[in-house]
Design a protein around this ligand. Sequence first.
Ligand code: PEP
Ligand code: MN
Length: 284
Amino acid sequence: MVQAKLAAYSDEKQVTTVALGDRASFGGQDIVIIGGPCAVESLAQMEAVAEGLQDAPVQGLRGGVYKPRTSPYSFQGLGEEGLEIFAQIRRRYGLPVVTEVMAISQIDAIAPHADMLQVGSRNMQNFDLLKALGEVDKPVLLKRGLAATIEEFIGAAEYILSHGNPNVVLCERGIRSFDSYTRNVLDLGAVVALKQITHLPVIVDPSHAAGKRELIAPLAKGAIACGADGLIIECHPQPEESVSDARQALSLPDMVALVQSLRPVAAAVGRNIIEVNPPQTLAA
Ligand code: PEP
Ligand code: MN
């Protein structure tokens, strides 16, 4: 039996909704879609992304500024320069921003420029980081560990909740298996289970699960059909030129087409794909 306490689902009326800026809420009837590159590379890149995705529409932008890379010799992210880029993009386009926090020491610098703080798979059981994020007044996107059980995933969410932050969104992003054709195995069973066991919103990252761009749209549809409350998907103005995760990056037109293609699937399960975002109201 899974030990969920604060995260445990008890009654239909107590399902948690988590706001993403002033654009949207995870956990309601609307499906929340976040798009953007694996890593923030330049201001021009993020301008192209914000412009290309405005009419998709997406409700939030993603992009790593501090990147957890397998090799210390790979691009580690733009750091503070990337935060400055996000600050400008957020001001100009009014789109909420989601970005990864890798360490407690980064929280104070990132939080003012982000609408949601992401905990990456590699940090899902960094308990000190989870405790620290429990004390922050920003929603947290908690990604499932590379090989974490559902119980471990819920335990990680409990750390954040029990330290005072009720705004946690779970993200299934695929788990390790023996087969490297897909980068990971997208565990849609976990999405269904997490929605039954917890009252937290659950979203899916088909990009890191699939590892290949041609697999992403069908997996996104499957995720919505299984009850996911949103999606986070990697896309890039020049996918082949992405500094990281190029093979799984969608072009911006493909991302727009993907969002449109979700509409009938969402409708079939009583959910809604937002047609037009409300006017920009984020503080200038
Ligand atoms: C990411 O979303 O940028 C990322 C690194 O994903 P994950 O932590 O799921 O590997
Ligand atoms: Mn990536």
